[in-house]
Design a protein. Structure first.
Length: 193
């Protein structure tokens, strides 16, 4: 096994365990056992647990954002289709077996002001989500840049709120309710101007 294979196996194990049980609850020995990577190689690839947590969140961010962006891109051209696609995508995610809320906020909640690299990945993930929502809002034909920015902020609150509610009560209901609220926002913004 080379370092790249070890890295992949370690990240796969870390993602499954950290998301299901929490970052603090899972030690490096559990990661080593679950991945089958020898201890010496584990510490060569990830010299500290903080580095593994940061890499896990970074990889999750890239996959999560790519999947959400693909859903938005695939949305039809009708007004509001991209906004609806965001919440429909969330509904599917919230209904997945083992859904435990936002991995980024979970890690931040556990680690608080902990490792700077982890905080940076969490911050960057939320910024990228806000940017995507800004693109969605700006794509609406009747939105000025100021109103699109305001709409993006409101959509961000709906996304984050739905995710928090679904973490306590998994299933699509929170996303579908947030979608209804987003549609009301769109109806209100479309009537301005």
């Amino acid at each position: 096994m080379d370092d790249e294979e070890a890295r992949t196996r370690l990240l796969d194990a870390a993602e499954a365990l950290f998301y299901a049980e929490g970052v603090q609850a899972v030690g490096m020995d559990r990661i080593r056992t679950a991945s089958g990577v020898p201890l010496k190689r584990l510490y060569r690839v990830f010299p500290a647990k903080d580095a593994l947590v940061e890499a896990y969140l970074d990889r999750r961010d890239r996959r999560w954002m790519a999947s959400l962006r693909a859903a938005v891109t695939a949305a039809g051209p009708e007004r509001g289709a991209a906004v609806a696609a965001v919440f429909d995508w969330l509904a599917g995610w919230f209904a997945e077996p083992g859904f435990r809320g936002c991995a980024f906020l979970n890690a931040h909640g556990e680690l608080g002001a902990g490792p700077a690299g982890v905080r940076e990945v969490v911050r960057r993930h939320k910024e990228q989500l806000r940017e995507l929502l800004g693109e969605v809002a700006a794509s609406l034909p009747d939105e000025s840049s100021a109103s699109a920015a305001e709409l993006a902020d409101r959509l961000m609150i709906l996304v984050e709120g739905a995710t928090a509610v679904a973490a306590l009560d998994p299933g699509p209901a929170a996303a579908l309710r947030a979608r209804e609220m987003a549609e009301l926002l769109l109806a209100g913004s479309g009537s301005r101007g």
